[in-house]
Design a protein around this ligand. Structure first.
Ligand SMILES: *[C@@H]1O[C@H](CO)[C@@H](O)[C@H](O)[C@H]1NC(C)=O
Ligand SMILES: *[C@@H]1O[C@H](CO)[C@@H](O)[C@H](O)[C@H]1NC(C)=O
Ligand SMILES: *[C@@H]1O[C@H](CO)[C@@H](O)[C@H](O)[C@H]1NC(C)=O
Ligand SMILES: *[C@@H]1O[C@H](CO)[C@@H](O)[C@H](O)[C@H]1NC(C)=O
Ligand SMILES: *[C@@H]1O[C@H](CO)[C@@H](O)[C@H](O)[C@H]1NC(C)=O
Ligand SMILES: *[C@@H]1O[C@H](CO)[C@@H](O)[C@H](O)[C@H]1NC(C)=O
Length: 458
């Protein structure tokens, strides 16, 4: 455990590259996030904690929000909901660069009060962990005051990244789990994975707790911690992040902080037809292999989606706990992708694995995936992603490919037959309108075979 923590700390040290300080363009009466330099530490003049309020009346300009007088003299409106943004570990001399964008996205999407919790957790990961309880008391003090001013507990929503997600959990715990919502953005793993539920984020910390996992094999927590837990692309490696350790700084932290970008883009895309919804499943492999296709159990078809909808759009009354949800994303912003199942029946007795290239053409996009159908398999399923809804896809192109190397080493199957191939968009439900099937397809080696897709957009 100590070792993981040390390596996490070393990794986080490199966050510097990512948390460039913003020296700015704001009017001078606006308050900003503070950063501590090593010199502040040595002088003992380091900043401990401050709260900054942003509202639609004052979206660009932080208002100091530390005590009752300042709260009363601000544009805070207790009839609106309030969202707290809580950062994680930060490197000396930096401020978290994602906060301004998140504030903007939230205020654009909803008329709310946004409170940024700007605090100094010390220079190391473990000093940060030690300070989390005292910091959560300070956040709780502000919340109690907002409630005294007329805010309802239900209207309070805490959004925390990494260690900030567990800190949000502590704050929720101090309020008896009665605050409305906590969103954990890749909640930190080191020192928390094995912790008791009192010492980490868990579903009892708020009425609704959700988490977005993007780095469970490094800095994020592996286990589900909310009512619902989205594991983006399985929660490990993000297509938007470099897989090449040569781009070292981004490589170490990109997956972890990608949760912020997923959340921000989901909020911004509120009017888009592409929703980042998750499908409940026991594992990513099961999901990819087409064994989880709808949200019937346990959500009665209301697939949870990332964004600001109440309870993630879940309409069942008794919220289930620790439901693992899976979705894939595209490598570029806004990251949202449509998902479809490829369901293939082959009647060739294949003695080798078969690669089939599938291309979906729509007016606005072309998506290419290659599936590998294992030898001696007659029924194969795979979930793929595409950029346009399936109802906009007009052509499906298939090609049976055998690499030269494989041919030289004795692959003699010159063509294959597909008895039936269907493509259908997720989530499956009563409607089969977005399903297209083709039967008896003969695929000669390395030859493009084209079919017209006719599905209707509803
Ligand atoms: C937030 O700050 C960062 C770094 O200071 C800057 O690059 C970025 O453009 C800002 N984003 C917004 C939305 O203002
Ligand atoms: C800051 O100053 C600008 C220009 O002087 C003014 O428009 C703005 O309302 C002020 N903001 C606050 C929070 O006082
Ligand atoms: C109230 O807020 C305004 C704008 O932020 C500031 O200029 C003024 O000094 C504040 N007044 C008090 C009593 O704090
Ligand atoms: C607070 O928000 C409510 C709801 O939008 C609005 O009706 C009211 O005028 C606002 N109060 C102030 C003081 O701005
Ligand atoms: C913080 O508080 C929780 C819950 O009371 C406790 O389990 C945990 O040990 C505390 N952590 C520290 C570092 O004091
Ligand atoms: C089926 O799924 C679509 C897409 O999510 C949704 O719009 C529709 O309401 C669902 N229908 C039923 C009967 O659940």
């Amino acid at each position: 455990m100590a070792q993981t923590a040390t390596s996490a700390f070393l990794t986080l040290l490199f966050l510097t590259s990512l948390s460039k300080a913003s020296e700015d363009d704001m009017p001078s009466n606006c308050s900003k996030l503070k950063k501590n330099s090593w010199r502040d530490y040595l002088r003992g003049s380091k900043h401990e904690i401050q709260f900054l309020l942003f509202t639609r009346e004052n979206p660009e300009c932080g208002q100091i929000f530390n005590d009752q007088a300042e709260i009363l003299n601000s544009t805070f409106n207790s009839t609106l909901g309030t969202k707290f943004i809580i950062h994680g570990f930060r490197v000396v001399s930096t401020t978290p660069s994602w906060i301004n964008g998140t504030v903007k996205a939230l205020l654009h999407a909803a008329d709310v009060n946004v409170v940024v919790v700007d605090f100094n957790g010390g220079a190391t990961y473990s000093s940060f962990v030690d300070k989390m309880n005292s910091t959560s008391l300070q956040v709780s003090r502000i919340i109690s005051y907002l409630i005294a001013l007329g805010s309802t507990q239900d209207s309070i929503h805490l959004i925390g990244l990494s260690l900030g997600a567990h800190l949000a959990g502590f704050v929720g715990y101090l309020h008896g789990g009665r605050l409305g919502q906590i969103t954990g953005l890749d909640p930190a793993g080191p020192q928390f994975t094995g912790a008791s539920i009192d010492a980490r984020l868990d579903p009892t910390d708020a009425i609704f707790v959700e988490a977005i996992h993007t780095d469970i094999d490094n800095l994020g927590i592996r286990i589900p911690v909310g009512h619902i837990d989205y594991f983006i692309n399985g929660g490990k490696d993000q297509p938007a992040c470099p897989s090449n350790p040569l781009s070292f700084f981004r490589y170490m932290t990109c997956d972890h902080t990608h949760a912020v970008h997923i959340y921000m883009n989901a909020i911004k895309a509120v009017n888009s037809s592409c929703h980042m919804f998750g499908i409940p499943c026991s594992s990513y492999e099961e999901f990819i292999n087409g064994n989880c296709l709808d949200c019937f159990d346990p959500f009665q078809q209301s697939c949870p989606r990332i964004g600001l909808e109440k309870h993630g759009g879940i309409t069942v009354e008794a919220l289930p706990q620790q439901v693992k949800l899976y979705l894939m994303t595209s490598p570029t912003a806004p990251f949202c992708a449509y998902h479809s199942l490829i369901d293939l029946h082959s009647d060739t007795d294949r003695t080798k694995n078969t690669e089939v290239e599938i291309i979906l053409y729509s007016k606005a996009s072309t998506d290419k995936v290659t599936i590998t159908v294992p030898k001696k398999t007659y029924h194969f399923k795979r979930v793929i992603t595409h950029q346009e809804p399936l109802c906009n896809v007009h052509t499906l192109q298939l090609r049976y490919r055998v690499k030269l190397f494989s041919r030289l080493s004795g692959n003699k199957e010159e063509n294959i037959n597909i008895a039936k191939i269907c493509i259908q968009e997720l989530p499956f439900n009563d409607s089969e309108k977005t399903r297209a099937c083709f039967i008896n397809i003969h695929l000669p080696l390395n030859t493009k075979v084209i079919h017209t897709v006719k599905t209707e957009c509803r």
